[in-house]
Design a binder for this molecule. Sequence first.
Ligand SMILES: Nc1ncnc2c1ncn2[C@@H]1O[C@H](COP(=O)(O)OP(=O)(O)OP(=O)(O)O)[C@@H](O)[C@H]1O
Ligand SMILES: [Mg+2]
Length: 504
Amino acid sequence: MDNVILTTRAITKEFPGVKALDSVDFDLRSGEVHILVGENGAGKSTLSKVILGAYIPEGGEIYLGDEKVSFKSTRDALQRGIAAVYQEFTLIPYLNVAQNIFFNREPRNKYGLIDHKKMERDAKKLLESLNCDYINVKLPTKFLSVAEQQMVEIAKALSFNPRIMVFDEPTATLSEREVESLFRRIKKLKESGIGIIYVSHRMQEFKHIGDRITVLRDGKKIATVNIDEVNDMELVNMMVGRDISQVYHRSENHFTGEVLRTEKLSDKKGRVKEVDITLNKGEIVGIAGLVGAGRTELARLIFGIDPIGGGKLFIKGKEIKDNSPVKIVKEGVGMVCEDRKRMGLALNHSVMWNTVAVSLKSFFPKLLISHKKIVEIVTDYVKQLRVATPDIYRACKNLSGGNQQKVVLAKWLSANTDIMIFDEPTRGIDVGAKMEIYAMMDKLATEGKSILMISSELPEVIGMSDRIYIMNNGRIVGECKRGELSADQIGALMLGVGGDSCAS
Ligand SMILES: Nc1ncnc2c1ncn2[C@@H]1O[C@H](COP(=O)(O)OP(=O)(O)OP(=O)(O)O)[C@@H](O)[C@H]1O
Ligand SMILES: [Mg+2]
C-alpha cells in the first residue's frame, strides 16, 4: 500500500474480564486523517494507547514503515514521532501554560537555567498557530476553562513536531470557533505529510475532515472504508450492529407549576448577568450558547457551587439564600457536570459505589442497608444505560470515557431528584447511548421531573427542549418555545447578532 507509515497486525489487549482489542489490523498513511469510531467501550482509546506505547499489547505487532517496533512507554513512541491528545486531561493544574507545554524539556540558557522568556515565547507561538493567542501562557492551567485546557493539550502535542498524531475526541469540549481553528490546523498538518488518527463520535465533524474510517465494535475491527464511499446510516449500523431510526423523541406532556425561578440572578465575577429564567414541573428547558456565554456558570450558581452576587433564586417557591450544593441537593436538585473528572465521579471507587453515592440515604432511611438491594438497583441502571463494564465492582477509572459519563447519569437518576441540571450530558457518548439518554430524559419529563439542559450541540437542544433560552455574554438574549425558531435563528442569537423576533 502506498505511503503507509504505521501498521498494526492482530493486536490483542485484555483487561481483567474484558477483551478490549481482539486481533485488530489497522494502518495509517502519511497525509491522511484516519477516523476511529465505535460505541463507548469499543476499544478506540485502547487502540490509540497501544499505538502510543501507553499499553503493551498481549499479542500482535506494530510497524513503522517496514520496521517492527515495540514500545515500552509513551516516551519510546514520542521518540519515534508519535504524539497524542488524550481523552483525559494530562495537564498539571498548578503549573502555568508554558510550563505544561514544555514540561520536563524546558529550554535552558547558557547557564543551564530554565529560559522562561523563550519558553513563554514558544508557547505563545504554538497557541497562535491554533488561533488561541487569547490564552495567557503565564497562567496556571487550573484557571483555564475546559475548552482552553484542551487547546493547551493540543499545543503541547504539536510542540513535539510529531510524524503521527493521535487525537482522542479532541473537540468534545471545544466550541465551534475553536473546532474551526483546530480543523484548519489539522488540514495544514495533513498537507505536511503527517498521519493523523482521530477518534470521534461526531459524524458531521469527521465526515468533514476524514479520509478513511475504521469502525470498531466490542474490540473487533468491523471495517475500514473511504469516507466518501459510505453513508451515515451504513456507518451507524456498522457501529451499533442494529437498526436505529428516530433520534429525538418527545412524548406529549403537560407542565404543572413552576419549580425553579431566577430573578435578575448574577454571580460575583460578572459571568452571569441579571438572568431571569423559569422551569416548570415536567418541562425540559435548554440553554443554548457558545462556550464562554456563561451557561456553565449559571448552572454552577443555581447548584450552589458559586455564590450568588445579586438577584434571587427560588426553588419550589422558596427563596434560597446562602446557596450551597448541600442545601440545593436537599431541595431535590441534582447536577451532571460538564467536567466529570473534576466533579462528577470518584474515579478510584466502583461503579456501584458511585451510582449510589448520593442516593444511599434516600433509599435506606433505616440503619439497615441491604447489599442485595443495592446490587439490584445498580445492576438495573447499568442495564438500562448499557454501561459497558464486566461487573459493578469495577473502578470507574477503568471504564471508557463515555461509560464514565453514563455512571454520572446513573448516580443522579438513582437519587431520584425532582430537578436535574444537565451540563453537556451526552458529551463523549456514542450515538446508541445518546438515544438511550434522550429516551430517559423524555421519560423523566413525563414522570413530572424537570430538566435544565445545557448543551453545545444545537440539534440536541432543539430536539429535546420544550423551551429554549439563548445566552450570550452572561445574559439571556432570547427565549423560544419548541419549534418556534430555526437552528439558524438560534445560532444568530448565540453569536449575539440578529434575533428581534423573540428577544426577552
Ligand atoms: N485500564 C483499564 N482497566 C480495565 N479495563 C479497561 C481499562 N481501559 C479500558 N478498559 C476496558 O476496555 C474496553 C475498551 O475501552 P476503551 O477506553 O478503549 O473504549 P472507547 O472505545 O475509547 O470508548 P469511549 O467512546 O467511551 O471513549 C472497555 O470495556 C473498558 O471498560
Ligand atoms: Mg475512549
